[in-house]
Design a binder for this molecule. Structure first.
Ligand code: 5AD
Ligand code: SF4
Length: 463
């Protein structure tokens, strides 16, 4: 590893005891996981967590680079953090400011140049070295892709930290991406596809379950490309995880159509703990645009996976990501996307306007789509998707399923959890139902949640 030191940035003095850490996560679930692990590092270093940035001796922004506004948001947060740092300095309190994540990886020294209040810039593969970086005493940038195993170097979360995070836990099983979609920065910021050994993942899940976690989402940029050195694949990993004591429900995200094998589809039949939910980004319904995006699959291949998944598990909730206004996208291409959406019928989905990311092939394309066209297409697509989401929600009225309640609701006596299909569900339930699978019947639909009532448990461990 090499740590580049910027001589221009100011030094930060060593800290006294009772220090506080504030971590803010932007972007995807992988960042949520990384943020928790950075919090674990800080806790082990003697910090306490705070939700008040002004009270923090250590501030970590775990950043996302996937779309433009994400990095703009970071620079505005950093401006505010700089003022807080100055106010604290006036009171004789020092503050270390860390930028982690994908913007850190992509922009490196540029971050120090744009905001000299920053002390550490650390990429997603290097944050296990945070203690050393914080002790460097000068501004440092650490964004090399190291060969050492980050996961081995990370401290296990304390039981207290697991409890505070609730019964639903993320576990990173795979990182990076070799797909190089023409619009995407991930292969550059997260590096090549790499899977963690199954044994280590299962040990981590077992530890989290032992500390009270019940619902586990196995995450990776291309989670269904998971294959460890022993040849274990995602379906096998999910089967092994399902056998661990305390594991009640399993999910995985995000999958790529080209890695959707039969074993994983079958897992939705064979593995009773696996939730009937599949997030499978398609990005576009136009074969011409899919080709320009370098997706290496066409719309028919996607529809075929959807049909196979539904044959295996008829109630499966499908979710996706879409990009509108990719360079060269015509009205006809866009209508092919609307047509694909109509054919599938999604339970939920995310739609984004294409945003040009420096260094990606699509950023060089000459035929960029005007902003007002992207805006108008986004609106049409979102309207269609929102209608499908509401229809899916309405169709669950009267359904009974298991919900693992994980927090209290807005009104006294209410608890909130997620349905097998990822919808938020609230119901009147005793506080000790938190962390257990309760059987719920859906009695009403709200704009962003389902209202349920508790019913007698029949098969407590099933979805
Ligand atoms: N512009 C817009 N959306 C993007 N995504 C990735 N890169 C871009 C980009 N340059 C979207 C994709 C991906 C999701 C996580 O973010 O839809 O699946
Ligand atoms: Fe980005 Fe494509 Fe890889 Fe997904 S599959 S992370 S969109 S390059």
């Amino acid at each position: 590893m090499s740590i580049r030191v910027s001589p221009s940035a100011e030094a930060t003095p060593a800290e006294a005891r009772e220090k506080r850490v504030f971590v803010k996560s932007f972007g995807c679930q992988m960042n949520v996981y990384d943020s928790q692990r950075m919090t674990d590092i800080a806790l082990k270093e003697g910090y306490r967590e705070t939700a008040d940035i002004a009270d923090a001796d250590l501030v970590v922004f775990n950043t996302c680079h996937i779309r433009e506004r994400a990095s703009e948001k970071l620079y505005s947060e950093l401006g505010k953090a700089r003022e807080i740092k100055q106010d604290r300095a006036a009171l004789g309190r020092s503050t270390q400011l860390v930028v982690a994540g994908c913007v850190a990886q992509a922009e490196g020294n540029e971050i120090l140049r744009r905001q000299n209040a920053v002390d550490v810039v650390v990429g997603p593969q290097n944050y296990h070295r945070l203690p050393d970086l914080l002790r460097a005493g000068r501004a440092v940038v650490d964004t090399d892709f190291g060969l050492d195993d980050k996961f081995d170097a990370l401290p296990a979360p304390s039981r207290q930290a697991v409890r505070a995070r609730g019964v639903s836990a993320f576990v990173t099983v795979q990182e990076g991406c070799d797909k190089f979609c023409a619009f995407c920065v991930v292969p550059y910021t997260r590096g090549a596809e790499a899977s963690r050994p199954a044994g280590k993942i299962l040990a981590e899940i077992a530890r989290l379950a032992e500390a009270g976690a019940r619902e586990f989402t196995l995450i990776g940029q291309n989670v269904n490309a998971y294959r460890d050195g022993e040849g274990e694949v995602l379906a096998g990993l999910l089967a092994a995880a399902a056998r661990l004591p305390g594991v009640v429900r399993l999910r995985y995200s995000t999958s790529h159509p080209n890695d959707m094998d039969e074993a994983l589809i079958e897992a939705h039949v064979d593995n009773p703990k696996l939730a009937p939910y599949l997030h499978l980004p398609v990005q576009s319904g136009s074969d011409r645009i899919l080709k320009a995006m370098n997706r290496r699959h066409d719309a028919a291949a996607y529809l075929d996976i959807v049909a196979r998944a539904r044959r295996a598990r008829p109630d499966i909730a499908l979710s996706s990501d879409f990009i509108v206004g990719f360079p060269g996208e015509t009205e006809v291409d866009f209508e092919a996307t609307l047509s694909l959406v109509r054919q599938v019928g999604f339970a939920s989905a995310f739609a984004f306007k294409y945003s040009s990311r420096p260094g990606t092939p699509a950023a060089e394309a000459g035929d960029q789509v005007p902003a007002h066209v992207k805006e108008e297409r986004l609106k049409r697509l979102q309207e269609l998707l929102e209608g499908q989401r509401q229809a899916f929600n309405r169709a669950t009225i009267g359904a009974r399923f298991g919900v693992i309640f994980d927090k209290t609701g807005r009104h006294p006596g209410q608890l909130i959890g997620r349905s097998p299909y990822m919808q938020a569900v609230f119901a009147d339930a005793p506080p000790d139902a938190i962390g257990r699978m309760s059987q719920v019947e859906v009695i009403d639909v709200r704009p962003n949640s389902l209202k349920g009532r508790l019913v007698e448990a029949q098969q407590s461990e099933e979805t």
